[in-house]
Design a protein around this ligand. Structure first.
Ligand code: GUN
Length: 317
């Protein structure tokens, strides 16, 4: 896949007075990794591609399906639709009651699969309990799999062939790329083993020649692993999973979590205020990984449309 970070200004070089230094004064705080800025550059590039396609008669079309009333999902979907509107992607939104049957949802997906004006299909997760998530993902035409959640996309990632990469871990890779830190030979620790973030994250890091450890709820001594890591990705969904004593000085820390603190403010899985005095680079929450997920979703939607036009031999190229 071609670099989609061309044009992103390089992040400042690591500060020699940072935590690596023998200087005994308080270490300088980590460089923040600004997801808004990186995503903005990526979105601008995607918007240009979408406009060029539009000028040739193909407006990229993304179907977005929301089932039920989960308030967080409603916010995510709203943000995705807004991003589409601002970047030349036509979104077709369908909101269904939580009582929608699995058969009805599968029928909706079948109709979208054969609709030539729809290039990508996104079913917002989580789905109500009575619907089998795997069946739903499997029903989406693999050429319209903008989320990169299908078995086919997972197999392509596993085998190192072009395909749709899941938006959140792919966005994390772009954030690491924006720091200028070379992953080759680095020890990367992923905390969390979900099929949508942790597992694909580990494979993407491997593809970039990192040495990868995946930790999870049954890992007895998490800090033993994280203290050795040059890169730590935390995708657990629990506040303060990564604290300052668990981080190697100078490490790159990527926080995928979205939680609320005691005052109801958004926070991630990392104890940001303390870890930022140890890490070399760190993503905040909000304004870190979140904006990248949406940017990569747009990128995948435009790839689907380019494939349909015959510009790509495979949509994930
Ligand atoms: N729910 C939370 N994140 C995601 C995502 O990236 N895609 C979909 N479809 N649902 C989600």
């Amino acid at each position: 896949m071609s670099s989609i970070l061309a044009g992103v200004p390089p992040s400042p070089a690591a500060d020699p007075a940072n935590a690596f230094s023998k200087d005994r004064r308080a270490p300088a705080p980590a460089h923040p990794i600004d997801g808004i800025t990186v995503a903005k550059h990526l979105r601008a590039e995607v918007g240009e591609r979408a406009a060029a396609l539009g000028a040739r008669g193909t407006t990229p079309g993304l179907a977005v399906i929301l089932v039920g009333d989960d308030p967080a999902s409603a916010v995510y979907v709203r943000n995705k639709i807004k991003a589409c509107e601002n970047h030349g992607v036509r979104s077709v939104f369908a909101k269904h009651d939580a009582s929608l049957s699995e058969a009805e949802l599968l029928a909706r997906i079948d109709a979208l699969n054969v609709d030539p004006s729809i290039h990508g299909i996104l079913v917002q997760m989580p789905l109500p309990r009575h619907i089998d998530t795997h069946k739903v993902i499997d029903a989406i035409d693999p050429h319209k799999d903008v989320d990169g959640f299908s078995i086919r996309s997972a197999g392509e990632l596993m085998n190192g062939v072009p395909g749709f990469r899941p938006c959140t871990p792919y966005g994390c890779m772009k954030l690491i790329e924006s720091t200028g830190v070379d992953l080759r030979g680095k020890h990367a620790v992923v905390i969390g083993r979900s099929a949508t973030v942790g597992k694909p994250m580990a494979l993407l890091l491997l593809e970039a020649n990192a040495t990868v450890t995946v930790c999870h709820s049954a890992t007895p001594d998490l800090a033993l692993h994280t203290r050795q890591a040059g890169v730590v990705i935390v995708a657990v969904g629990r506040r303060n999973t990564l604290t300052a004593d668990m981080v190697k000085p100078g490490a790159v820390v990527i926080d995928v979590g979205i939680n609320r603190d005691d005052e109801g403010k958004l926070c991630g899985d990392v104890d940001f205020e303390r870890v930022r005095h140890v890490a070399g680079w760190i993503t905040p929450v909000p304004r870190g990984v979140g904006p990248m997920t949406i940017a990569l979703l747009l990128a995948n939607a435009v790839r689907c449309a380019r494939y349909r036009r015959g510009d790509l031999s495979f949509p994930g190229e």
